[in-house]
Design a protein around this ligand. Structure first.
Ligand code: TYM
Length: 351
């Protein structure tokens, strides 16, 4: 059966990129898949060890999941550290993955900066923990923004190497199933996960610079719309968003070389759940002075109910903690079965 897994780090404010690129897709997938949505608190300590209020951050991501419409009764919402299998499987994957694979990750290069020797070992091993998150549940589909694509390719590489290296042991244990890999067939235990990266908002850009990704860590708050922003802040940020002086084009080709225009049209399309071409057919030939107020209305109308529900949920931390506890128990039961299989496959005695 298809199973969805995705995670969000409890670091800094959630923004429109996280919402349109990830969380909104999490909500839609609930209709057709079994889903696990995880607040990845162990990932949050890779780049920065000490946080002002990690419990509050974990609760706030959870509140965003629930406010956006994720149903924790039908699906599983939990925080990563509660299920010890994430760290256990990540260790095993540290022994599957090669150092060279990790050194090639662009996110590691960006986050580690010039002083790479001084980055935490956890930051280097980050993608290995991410692969563990997904494969602990043998998830088949992972909805994410475009920036996670390379990490998901690495997850596929780890699954393929594990399946390949242990193919005979997997068969001997009666686990897994035949999988075609290139020109041979191996007994695969882990699925080769499909990334779900689609639609007009897989890479929402900064409102101040169409060449930069909208990000939690951008020093300028005007560069992003936070899920905690009120209507007035949303309006101000969209009004001040960088644009070029031309009118909107009426066809997609007209957006080439106009990153800021492309970004705002993409945001509009994603919020409206309509194709970009349709938005251009409607607004082509009009100035940003007309388009921006329409975008403000749409953003406020779409995000308003989510932000106010988030605030209500945050007023009752006890309820959020109960959701995470229950989700952790259910996730833990699935994780336990996987770890038992994995230990048997590898030959780690455990009874
Ligand atoms: P994180 O916490 O940085 O971001 C959460 C999700 O939001 C997406 N996203 C964006 N989408 C569109 N435009 C943007 N500007 C934008 N910025 C962020 C991200 O792609 C992500 O989907 N490593 C992951 C968390 C993670 C994970 C996992 C994801 C840990 N384990 C397992 C999937 C499966 C991360 O740091 O996401």
């Amino acid at each position: 059966t298809p199973r969805v897994f995705s995670g969000v780090q409890p670091t800094g404010n959630l923004h429109l990129g996280n919402y349109l690129g990830a969380i909104r897709k999490f909500v839609a997938l609930q209709e057709s898949h079994d889903c696990l949505y995880c607040v990845v608190d162990l990932h949050a300590i890779t780049a920065q060890l000490v946080h002002d209020d990690l419990p509050g951050q974990i609760r706030s991501i959870t509140a965003a999941f629930l406010a956006a419409g994720i149903d924790p009764a039908r699906h599983i919402v939990f925080n990563q550290s509660r299920v010890s299998g994430h760290a256990e499987l990540a260790w095993i994957f540290n022994c599957v993955a090669r150092i060279g694979w990790m050194n090639r990750m662009t996110q590691f290069k960006e986050k580690a900066g010039k002083d790479r020797e001084n980055a935490s070992l956890g930051l280097l091993a980050y993608p290995s923990l991410m692969a563990a998150d997904i494969l602990l549940y043998r998830a088949t589909h992972v909805p994410v923004g475009d920036d996670q694509k390379q990490h998901l390719e690495l997850t596929r590489d780890i699954a393929a190497k594990f399946n390949n290296d242990f193919s005979q042991k997997i068969a001997a244990a009666g686990l897994g199933e035949p999988m075609a890999t290139g020109d041979e067939t191996v007994n695969g235990y882990f699925p080769i996960t499909e990334p779900l990266i689609e639609g007009p908002a897989t890479r929402v850009m900064s409102l101040k610079d169409g060449a930069k990704k909208m990000s939690k860590s951008d020093p300028s708050d005007l560069s992003r719309i936070n899920l905690t922003d009120d209507a007035e802040a949303i309006a101000r940020k969209i009004r001040k968003a960088k644009t070029d002086p031309d009118a909107l084009p009426s066809e997609l080709e007209g957006l080439a070389g106009r990153p800021e225009a492309d970004n705002l049209v993409g945001i509009y399309a994603a919020l409206a759940e309509r194709p970009k071409a349709e938005i251009l057919a409607e607004f082509g030939g009009r100035q940003f002075s007309e388009f921006k107020p329409a975008l403000v209305d749409l953003a406020v109308e779409t995000l308003g109910p989510v932000t106010s529900q988030m605030r209500r949920l945050m007023a009752d931390p006890g309820h959020i903690d109960a959701v995470l506890r229950d989700g952790g128990e259910r996730a833990g039961a699935i994780a336990e079965r996987t770890m038992k299989d994995v230990k048997q496959i590898i030959g780690l005695l455990d009874d």
